[in-house]
Design a protein around this ligand. Structure first.
Ligand code: URA
Length: 242
């Protein structure tokens, strides 16, 4: 048995707090009866409705995928391109990616059917650290690297403090490999940050997501996260969110 607000949150309908509000407002029914008080517990056979719409329930599942380049971070694509869920055809649960990686970016992406977990991971205050390794055109000057760290003014505002390190330089080809650690997840953020300092990204890979890395995974491989890993991720985001 689980608390009603937790089941609603897991289904991705609302945060736990918002689910509590929905209950208090009389918008939630269990087996056809309106429930207006908190603390009610439900089992897997109970039929829950929010504003008249049935809540679909599934066991929560969590996966890490080593996304190859040339794959869309979505559950379907109207142009018929490969999507991340194509790597999970044998999984019955309706999973979706947590956040996104660009079509051309490879590396770690998490997938789940747990809406509450997905929201927590993407919460701006959750600040999960992501480590990107970029091959860039040119060799960023030390001051430009510092600028990446202090924050760059992009069209949607200044980026939060980050860590950046040049890992190697190919002087002949005029390219560098740079590691960038950020806590935000804005659209095309890493590419825009490097563009802003004059060294555009040629290739991008997300190598770490919190403590999760790609060890043991080949491009296109996926594995289920352990219960312990899920717990650690949740704890990290929760701690920072406060
Ligand atoms: N930043 C980017 O620019 N692209 C990604 O795919 C992820 C982060």
């Amino acid at each position: 048995m689980e608390r009603l607000q937790k089941v609603i949150a897991h289904a991705g309908i609302a945060s736990r707090r918002k689910a509590e509000e929905l209950i208090l407002e009389g918008k939630v029914r269990v087996n056809g009866k309106t429930v207006k008080e908190l603390g009610v517990k439900v089992g897997s056979n109970d039929k829950i409705e929010v504003s008249g719409i049935p809540v679909e329930r599934e066991e929560p599942v969590y996966f890490i995928l080593y996304k190859p380049r040339g794959v869309i971070s979505s559950v379907n694509d109207d142009k018929g391109r490969k999507v991340v869920t194509d790597y999970f055809t044998e999984i019955k649960a309706r999973i979706y990616p947590i956040g996104r990686l660009d079509y051309d970016t490879s590396g770690i992406i998490l997938l789940t059917n747990d809406g509450e977990f997905a929201n927590l991971m993407m919460h701006p205050k959750g600040e999960i650290e992501k480590v990107y390794v970029a091959k860039v055109k040119g060799i960023p000057a030390r001051e430009k690297v510092k600028q990446l760290e202090r924050g760059i003014m992009l069209e949607d505002g200044k980026t939060a403090p980050a860590r950046a390190k040049i890992l190697s330089v190919d002087k002949k080809k005029g390219t560098s490999i740079v590691e960038l650690k950020i806590h935000e997840g804005r659209n095309r953020q890493v590419r825009r940050m490097f563009e802003a300092i004059g060294t555009p990204v040629m290739k991008l890979k997300r190598e770490r997501y919190s403590f999760l890395n790609l060890n043991g995974l080949q491009s296109g491989d996926a594995r289920e996260l352990t219960a312990h890993e899920v717990k650690l991720l949740r704890a990290e985001a929760q701690k920072k969110k406060g």
